[in-house]
Ligand binder design. Sequence first.
Ligand SMILES: Cc1ncc(COP(=O)(O)O)c(C=O)c1O
Length: 389
Amino acid sequence: MQRMIKTAHRASTFSESVIREMTRVANQHGAINLAQGFPDFPMPDPMKDAACAAIHGDINQYAITWGTPALRLAIAEKYRRWYEMDVDPEREITVTCGATEAMAAVFLALIDPGDEVVIFEPFYENYGPDAILAGAKPVFVPLEGIDWKLDPDKLRAAFSEKTRAIVVNTPHNPTGRVFTREEISLIAELCQEYDVIAITDEIYEHIRYAGSHHVLATWPGMHERTVTISGLSKTFSCTGWRLGYAIAPAEMTSPIRKVHDFLTVGAPAPLQTAGAIGMAFGPDYYNHMALEYRERRDLMVSSLTDAGFRFSAPEGAYYILADFTGISDLRGVEFAMWLAREIGVATVPGTSFYHDPSMGETVTRFAFCKKPGTLEMAAERLATLSARV
Ligand SMILES: Cc1ncc(COP(=O)(O)O)c(C=O)c1O
């Protein structure tokens, strides 16, 4: 008789990542992959050259657990240049294997089982498992309507004596919202009123089409209670390098570094060396990137509008979470599978971004971090939708 292997309860509550699953579906059906948020265009040459040079220069052993001095210094200097934020590279930065590991390490280091964590919904799908790993209780605050509005009263109502932290992702995946100065101020006010820490996810900080990027850690009274998470994946189109970081006051950085050490020991040493080169790029790099992303966004907006989807144009990040009820009676995963199989465009069903999947049955997410040629091909395929429904 076959023995049943006992597995941990915490892992049994995870479902397989639908985002990664849709990439496999795209490959299987030859669909254009607008599902997973990785660019299909190359990263900057100087960083590639620096990585090769580092490997050939024998920088191939463990780096300092919390990051190479050169990368931490480059991160600190960038925050001073961009946000006038003082960061001590010796005591306040932990370099991690992507923002993904940073978020998990921060949850494990700072949140106790039973603590409540406020999360805006829809949300990037990793935050759910992060909360489960830490035993935290997520409290969801909806972003609502076609323009994903935040109701200040609902945010206020989510805070209580049990709240330990809030996760603030701006620019926001999957909605493309960029939180306004007023919204960030309200979050700061509530964090101070309820003695709550803010954990930000600013991975799309440089990909914006409207509004400014507000760094919560620079708000009055917030430095001491904010963990700023970001990374190189999106800014330098190198999602496979797995470089991210958490910036926090020394009292929070100390446990974050310990958890990070036991999880991964450290991020890849030669890539950290090359990452420091990218972090020192000047304004030209960012201006150019912004122009190219605007072009991609405009292409995606016009093809989805022509195809009959309903949505508001994103203010930042590189996603559109679009309502398809005017196109199909199918729901959630069924619609996304049909679109991949029959139309040849892979997306991520909206159900992946809600704690109760039924809340995301009528929307699907398009990622447009792709070459214009890829987006034009997707537009041609989407143009066939009206004849098919
Ligand atoms: C909001 C958000 N945070 C984090 C990540 C992952 O970042 P990293 O590649 O640095 O782990 C993503 C990737 O899609 C994301 O959308």
